[in-house]
Structure formats: C-alpha cells, structure tokens
Design a protein around this ligand. Structure first.
Ligand code: NAG
Ligand code: NAG
Ligand code: NAG
Length: 476
C-alpha cells in the first residue's frame, strides 16, 4: 500500500468532491404498453409500480381504467393522443378541446398527467400524417391552455431516431431534409414557446443489431469501454446512447443556426432537456430492423446481430440507463449540463407485438406478465444497487486510475489482496488493481449509488469481473 500513500496525502482534500456526482435531476420511468392479452389488470399494475419505486409512466392512449387506477398515487403520467386521431385534432380546434377535456382535464390533478404525446413516431409509422403533426400539437396545447392546464401539462411528440440522418459522428447529425425545415423547425419553435421538450426514441439495441461488426457491444450497452472519438469535435463517447442524444442535439443546433438570432436563442435555450420517451433492450428473440438510419427494415439472419437480445445484455443496458439517470448524470459530451427524463421500454413483455413468435419486439419487458422480474433492476433513488460489481474504466488512463485507486485504498477499500504475493496481485495491471479496489469500496459502501464513479474512472457491471484467478467479493 506504500505506493499509494503520497497521492492520498496530496489529493486527499480535493478528491471527494471530484469522485461523487450530484444525486438529483432527471426522472426515469417506464412505458406501460399493453399490446398483449395476458397482462394483469391496471390496479395490480399500479401496485407493481409502487412496490418497485417507479414514479413515472408513459401510456399509449388515455384508457379510463388505467388513468383511474393511477389516481392519487403521485405517479407522473404521459398520455397519448393516438396517431388515428391526429387528423381530427389538426383540423378542428373544438375536437382538440373536447379531447383535452375528456382525456386530460377529467383526470387531472388526481392523476398526475404531466405531458401529452400527440401521436407516436409519426414520420416513421404514419408518414401520411406528417403535415398534420405540428397543427395537431398546436391545437392540443391551445386546448390545454383554455382549460388552464398548460403550465402543468406539456405537449410533445415522440420521434423515431429515423428522423435523423448522418448520426455518426454525432456532430454530423441532422434532421432528414424532407422534415427539417417543414416540420422540425416549426416544431422546435413550438416546443420552445410552450416550454416543452423534444421527445426522441433512441434504441442502441437496433443500431448495434444492424452493425455488430462496426459497433462494440460494451459501447452499445453503456458498459465500460475505450470510447469512440468524434474527430470533428474531439469529444469522446463512452456510450452509444450518448452519441445518439448528441446527434439529436447537433441536429437541433443546425436548425437554429440557419435562422435569425431570435430563433437561434430559442433553439439553444430548450436544447438543454430532452424527453427520451422510449429506450430499451430486448431480453430475447430476433431483432427486426428499421429503427435506425442505417437499417433497411430487413430481418437479420443467424450469425450477425441476431444475438444482440439476451437477458444479460438487457439487464446491463437498462440498469446502466436507470442508474445513470438516478445518479444525476443526464448530460452528454456536447450538452454536459442537459437534463433528460427517460422512459424505459417497457414495463412488460407484450405477446402481441412484432411479427411472428421469435420477434424481439415481444421481449423488451422489465417484467413477465406474471409480474416476475425478467432480471434484477432497481428504481429506488439513493438506495443500494442490485447484485453488481464496480470496475475500472481503462480508457481514462493510468494517472486517473492511480488517483482513484489511492482514494479508494485510503477510504476504506480492502487493498490487501492486490499487494505483491496476495491472491489478486496478478494480473499486475493498473486496471485490474483499480477494479479490485473500486469494487471493495463499492461493496463496503453497500453498493450505494454514486459510490462507483471515481470521476468517471469506474462503472457498475452486473456480471462478476474476471481478472486472472482473482475473486471479486460481493456483499449479500
Ligand atoms: C380515435 O380514432 C379511432 C380510430 O379512428 C376512433 O375509433 C376513436 O373514436 C377516435 N377517438 C376519439 C376520441 O375521437
Ligand atoms: C479519428 O481519427 C483517428 C486518428 O486519425 C482514426 O484512427 C479514427 O479512425 C478516426 N475515427 C473516426 C470515427 O473516423
Ligand atoms: C413467470 O413467468 C416466467 C416466464 O414465463 C417464468 O419463467 C416464471 O417462472 C414465472 N414466475 C412465476 C412466479 O410464476
């Protein structure tokens, strides 16, 4: 341990600030999809949400049974005006008012509706309705204002990631030409004017499944990885989700730059928060592509990205997202202070989704329909994390690893096992020793959120680390 003492003395005072991240900011919730014939009733679902500390849901309609079951729970709800009703809402302000009255005002405030999604992935699913989108949003927002609900209830519309092109490197990201000026620009102006946010459905799962030869799995999952550099900006990305979010922010920037000063300011000011209305990873089945700019909607053959869906991968991705939001890390390399609310897709496996019995679309759930978890996860902010380990992120370099290693060993980690001759001395590498120390510190702090960060030098993993024959302890 002698080798570590000097730095502890020198850096001891400054490091604690550096090594803990703020534990507030965005909210993480779930998408309560119901494309299934075997789900529990809304009352049991609401109990399930409460038992699991889930404080925010998005639903795909305004089902009275669901909205009534959610009343007086404090759970925040994003409801939806379905694509099928978009034309009526766009054409007719009185339809929008009647809709808002009977589908929002009728339940609020007992049911904490905080946003209305006007349509879902309209460009992708119903391109014929694209011209109606912003007029429908405008009418629904005006209706909410008439009902005195516009401060409490925001209007947005989830867009599929296919609304973007040139998404790598992220700084090249822009909206498709056919929608950029005609739809996205007025939409961004509308969102800014009404203090709402752009909603996007990024799926690293589909991007990885489409190009498993070009994208590393750890990068797609948000596990510790060497990072991918954007050579235009010099920004380094340690997760594909961040790269997708920044492609979106850069696309928004580009629409701002072409306008007046006023427009530039308006785009800039609301680009500090996004609603990530869907993201998730399938635990089984085969991915059908078509959700990313690169894919052509083809079904994968065995041997390529068809192995992307697994319980281990879904557990890693979703836990990484949940833990990140709960520990306040909602910024991205391009927008370090940005906020985001994230809805994990989805609450349940939904047996009537997708095409054919083996479509991964059926397997995005955190729960089986019988309310058993598909894998461990935990939405309780501030609480201990589920069965997990803490490992070093080699990409930060030896100097930062050493500083963090010294901090851990000087603050309660058991570092005896990595001394010469001890069981975890081999392999004698900085990353192995730092991982051992970080994990010991993390376990001894009860796997508390924020205790596996070390200024970005560490991250949580859900499978036991393997460094030689060293056994990494885990606290029961
Ligand atoms: C929405 O559209 C569907 C399908 O066209 C229709 O059956 C339903 O009545 C509409 N809902 C409202 C509130 O207009
Ligand atoms: C960025 O530049 C480096 C060094 O020139 C190169 O190795 C790397 O492939 C480039 N990355 C991308 C994504 O173009
Ligand atoms: C719930 O369903 C899953 C998947 O069918 C099954 O593996 C699990 O054993 C079931 N759990 C209970 C408690 O029935």
């Amino acid at each position: 341990m002698a080798l570590t003492c000097l730095l502890v003395v020198v850096l001891g005072a400054a490091l604690p600030l550096l090594f803990f991240s703020p534990a507030e900011a965005g909210v993480v919730g779930v998408n309560y999809g119901r494309v299934a014939n075997d789900l529990p009733g809304p009352a049991s679902v609401v109990q399930l949400l409460k038992q699991n500390g889930i404080t925010m849901v998005r639903v795909y309609d305004t089902d009275p049974k669901v909205l009534t079951a959610l009343a007086n729970t404090g759970i925040k709800v994003m409801v939806m005006l379905p694509n099928n009703n978009l034309t009526a809402a766009a054409a007719n302000p009185s339809y929008a008012l009647q809709w808002a009255r009977s589908n929002v005002a009728a339940y609020y405030p007992a049911t904490q509706i905080h946003a209305v999604a006007v349509g879902n992935e309209v460009f992708h699913r119903r391109p014929d309705l694209t011209p109606q989108l912003v007029p429908a949003m405008t009418n629904v927002q005006a209706a909410l204002a008439k009902l005195g609900l516009d401060a409490a209830v925001k209007v947005s519309t989830p867009i599929a990631f296919t609304a973007l092109k040139d998404t790598f490197p992220p700084s090249s990201g822009r909206f498709r030409e056919d929608i950029a000026q005609s739809v996205m620009k007025p939409m961004l102006d509308f969102l800014q004017r009404t203090h709402s946010y752009l909603s996007i459905n990024p799926y690293p799962f589909f991007a990885y499944a489409d190009q498993p030869d070009k994208i590393s799995l750890d990068y797609a999952l948000g596990n510790s990885n060497p990072g991918v550099r954007d050579n235009n900006t010099g920004l380094v990305y340690y997760s594909l989700l961040d790269a997708m979010l920044d492609a979106t922010y850069f696309a928004m920037d580009k629409l701002g730059q072409t306008g007046s000063l006023n427009v530039r300011q308006s785009i800039g000011s609301h680009s500090h928060k996004l609603y990530v209305t869907e993201t998730g990873w399938a635990s089984g089945g085969k991915p059908k592509l078509g959700k990313t700019p690169h894919s052509g909607g083809r079904r994968l053959e065995a041997g390529d990205g068809s192995q992307a869906a697994s319980v281990a991968n879904a557990q890693a991705y979703n836990n990484n997202v949940i833990n990140r939001v709960l520990s306040g890390k909602t910024g991205t390399p391009h927008r370090p202070h940005a906020d985001m609310d994230v809805y994990i897709f989805a609450l349940f496996n939904e047996n009537q989704k997708g095409e054919g019995p083996d479509d991964s679309e059926k397997n995005f759930g955190l729960f089986y329909p019988n309310e058993t978890k598909v894998y461990e996860f935990d939405f309780h902010g501030g609480g201990a994390l589920t069965k997990s380990w803490c490992v070093a992120n080699e990409a930060v370099g030896d100097a930062r690893l050493q500083a963090a290693l010294d901090y851990a060993c000087g603050h309660g980690a058991d570092c005896s096992a990595i001394q010469p001759g001890a069981p975890c001395f081999e392999p004698n590498t900085k990353v192995a020793h730092a991982s051992y120390a970080f994990n010991s510190y993390y376990q001894r702090n009860g796997r508390a959120r924020g205790r596996c960060d070390f200024a970005g030098a560490a991250s949580v993993v859900y499978q036991a680390p393997k460094y030689g024959n060293c056994v990494f302890p885990i606290k029961a």
